[in-house]
Each structure stands twice: as structure tokens, then as C-alpha cells.
Design a protein around this ligand. Structure first.
Ligand SMILES: [Zn+2]
Length: 405
């Protein structure tokens, strides 16, 4: 596959790219300081198995983590702007293009979503998409001095691309030509997005699947307020609002809020978040997050009880996830993925990858040039999948699902 690295698509690459295998960390000790039963962290009908009405919160705590979307029997993802599918049963992947001898790198290909048009005037943001009732929803744009961004829909094979409605515009100069970080989260057949660039991403809009946009949350706390990490569950839209107490960027503050979709009420649930590190819902009443003491905690929203699961001793924390069984934490200059059980015991440590996309309860997805944990160095870059039943084992059977080589 031809490498078509267009920098404007790669604005959210936040992980380090080194593949050094020298970093070893000790398992953190487990601390129990409250009455929350950790063994009952997850109910039977958990968030961590595929359900069409779930917003798939298990893809990680980092804002806008929808690089991969799960469906009944597999996963859709864009690799190099090309739409691919990984099948759970056969454990193999395909580009969703049926044309013979297609190079999948131009607008003739139904799976290609990169920049196209005579003067490279159109494209799609393939770093965030959603699927609902056999349609893919994503943002497409016309590039000129002002980038006009629209909600698009297409079939699962990339055909039938339909412009549904106008969403917002970006001044290409002000935003350095980037499609600045936005989030689009599907929940119960509605999209919730942070769209408004003029207000520095301080609003959440509800977008119906026929393109009607309604602003539902607008934050205005302090100075430079912003919103991110939108997750939905049952009747709520959860999000983190961040702001500064003074104009000179001092007095950083943050709060996890939730918006009640029915009553439109907003409540502050947890104040004080480790900067940019997000949270994960365990259910309607329990939130996994990193507090300002840099410990991983479960907080009970009703009782306000907080239980420390992992006392953090790691530096350079990047992101984390929870799949109903294990807690996954990416940290360090060399991107190490530590896997803990819900008692805080270190179960596995995975190295030699560039970017971790986490996953549901069945599979773990990472980006790496060579096979993870191999200690080798390779050209190009690839995506790899691990069957999570192998977590904790020394020799793992990593499956390469896409590569530029
Ligand atoms: Zn093709």
C-alpha cells in the first residue's frame, strides 16, 4: 500500500514513537481505603461488550478515541485513510474494496477516504467516525480558505457517500490548516459532538442523523474554558470541562459533568482531574479516573467514596482504558502498556509499540512498526491485534491487520 502521509490528518498523534525496550517498572502496590467492592466493578450488562446503543467507551480515556468502531462480528477502522474490516471469527482483515487490482489510494476506490479532487479540495476526517444501523457517519470537508465541514453518511463498504448537513467551518489560517480536535460520539441513534471552533471547543451539540444540530451544553467557567472526553451512557452525556481561574493561564481547574438527556439538567460529579487524562465510566454510578494525587481511583458518584486501585508511580502518563476485566495504562517515553487487574496487580507489560487504541473485552489494537514485544526495528508502520485471552502469557500471537509495507 502506498504511503500517503498527509500531515493534516495526523494531528492527534500524541504518543512517543521510540521502540526501546529498556524500561521496566515495578508493580504498584494495591491500596484499599474505602468500602467500594472492587470485585463488583462490572455488572453483567457491562459497557465493555458490543451493543449498538453503547457509545463504546472502552476505546480509551483520551478525548476522541474513535479510531476503531465495533460491530456485531468485527471492527471497522481507517488505516492510511482506507476503510478496513477485521473479522472476529476468522481473525483476518480486508480492505472493504471489491475492485480487482485496485491500489486503494485514489477516489476510484470505494474504500479510499483521503484527499481527492483535481486540486485536492475534498476529504474526510478518518480519525473519528461512528457506525449506526449499517451506516458509517463521519465528517467530510471542502478545503479552501475556510474549511466547511459537513456530516456525511456512507454504506459499510464506503459506497453511497451522502452529504447530510452542514456542521461548522474552520478558518484554515487560525487553526494552522488542521482539522482541530473534535469529538463525535454516537449514542442511541444521535451524535454528540464538540464542533464549535469559534468558542474554542466549549460546547456540545446534539446532531440528529438527518443533520439537525442543536447546542445542548455551553461552558463558560473562568478563562479559556473547553470541553472534551464526551462519553454517553443510559440517559446521560458525560464530559470534562476545563478552565483557568485567571487570564494568565494560572489556576487550572476541571470537573466531570453530566447532562441529563431527558431533563436537560447538568451536575458536577467530580472536581479536579489530572490534566488531560480523562476518565472511564464503569456504570451510571462509578467512574474510573486519575485524581490530582495521580492515583487511579474508582469514585462512587452517589456516596462520593473513592477507592484507590493503583497508586501511580509512573511518569509521562498518556492514556488508559478498562475492558471490564483489566485496566490498561500507557506511560513513559518508550510507550509501555501496563495491564492491571481490578485489585491493582500488574498482570502484563507490553512494549515496542507506538500507539495503543485499546479495545473491547476480546481484542487489543496497537500501532507499531514491528511486531510488539519483539525488540526489532522495522520500516513503515502497521496495526496489530492481540486476542486478549493471551494477556499475561510470555509468547503472544500478534496478528498484523494493516501495514504500509
Ligand atoms: Zn480499492
Amino acid at each position: 500500500m502506498k504511503i500517503k502521509f498527509i500531515c493534516i490528518f495526523f494531528i492527534i498523534i500524541i504518543f512517543c514513537t521510540s521502540c526501546d525496550n529498556t524500561s521496566e517498572k515495578n508493580a504498584s502496590s494495591s491500596i484499599d481505603n474505602s468500602d467500594i467492592e472492587k470485585s463488583t466493578l462490572v455488572d453483567e450488562d457491562s459497557l465493555y461488550a458490543y451493543n449498538e446503543n453503547s457509545s463504546q467507551n472502552y476505546w480509551g480515556s483520551f478525548a476522541g478515541s474513535n479510531y476503531i468502531r465495533e460491530v456485531d462480528n468485527g471492527y471497522y477502522f481507517f488505516f492510511n485513510d482506507v476503510l478496513c474490516y477485521f473479522d472476529k471469527n476468522s481473525k483476518s482483515s480486508t480492505v472493504v474494496c471489491s475492485s480487482l487490482n485496485c491500489t486503494h489510494d485514489n477516489e476510484e476506490c470505494s474504500a479510499y477516504f483521503g484527499i481527492y479532487g483535481d486540486a485536492s479540495q475534498y476529504g474526510f476526517n478518518t480519525m473519528g467516525f461512528e457506525i449506526y444501523e449499517d451506516y458509517i457517519y463521519l465528517i467530510g470537508y471542502d478545503i479552501s480558505e475556510v474549511w466547511d465541514c459537513y456530516l456525511y453518511r456512507c454504506n459499510l463498504d464506503g459506497t453511497g457517500r451522502t452529504k447530510i448537513g452542514y456542521l461548522y467551518s474552520i478558518d484554515a489560517d487560525e487553526d494552522n490548516g488542521y482539522i482541530t480536535s473534535y469529538e463525535l460520539t454516537m449514542h442511541n441513534g444521535c451524535l454528540y459532538g464538540i464542533l464549535d471552533s469559534e468558542n474554542e471547543y466549549s460546547c456540545i451539540s446534539k446532531i440528529t442523523l438527518d443533520g439537525e444540530v442543536t447546542k445542548i451544553v455551553e461552558c463558560n467557567e473562568g478563562y479559556y474554558p473547553s470541553i472534551d472526553s464526551v462519553q454517553c451512557y443510559n440517559n446521560y452525556v458525560y464530559y470534562i470541562e476545563k478552565w483557568y481561574e485567571s487570564e494568565d493561564y494560572t489556576g487550572y481547574n476541571s470537573c466531570l459533568y453530566r447532562y441529563n438527556i431527558n431533563s436537560e439538567e447538568i451536575e458536577c460529579l467530580i472536581e479536579g482531574f489530572y490534566y488531560n487524562f480523562g476518565y472511564l465510566l464503569i456504570d451510571d454510578n462509578k467512574v474510573l479516573y486519575m485524581n490530582t494525587d495521580e492515583n487511579f481511583c474508582v469514585k462512587d458518584i452517589s456516596t462520593k467514596d473513592e477507592s484507590v486501585i493503583i497508586e501511580s508511580n509512573a511518569e509521562d502518563l498518556w492514556s488508559f482504558s478498562f475492558d471490564g476485566r483489566y485496566i490498561y495504562i500507557v506511560s513513559g517515553d518508550d510507550s509501555v502498556l501496563d495491564v492491571y487487574d481490578t485489585e491493582g496487580n500488574l498482570i502484563d507489560e507490553i512494549t515496542d509499540f507506538d500507539n495503543c487504541f485499546f479495545g473491547d473485552s476480546e481484542f487489543l489494537f496497537v500501532e507499531a512498526s514491528c511486531e510488539p514485544e519483539s525488540g526489532q526495528s522495522c520500516d513503515g508502520w502497521s496495526w496489530w491485534v492481540l486476542d486478549k485471552s493471551q494477556i499475561g502469557e510470555t509468547d503472544k500471537d500478534w496478528i498484523m491487520i494493516a501495514t504500509t509495507e
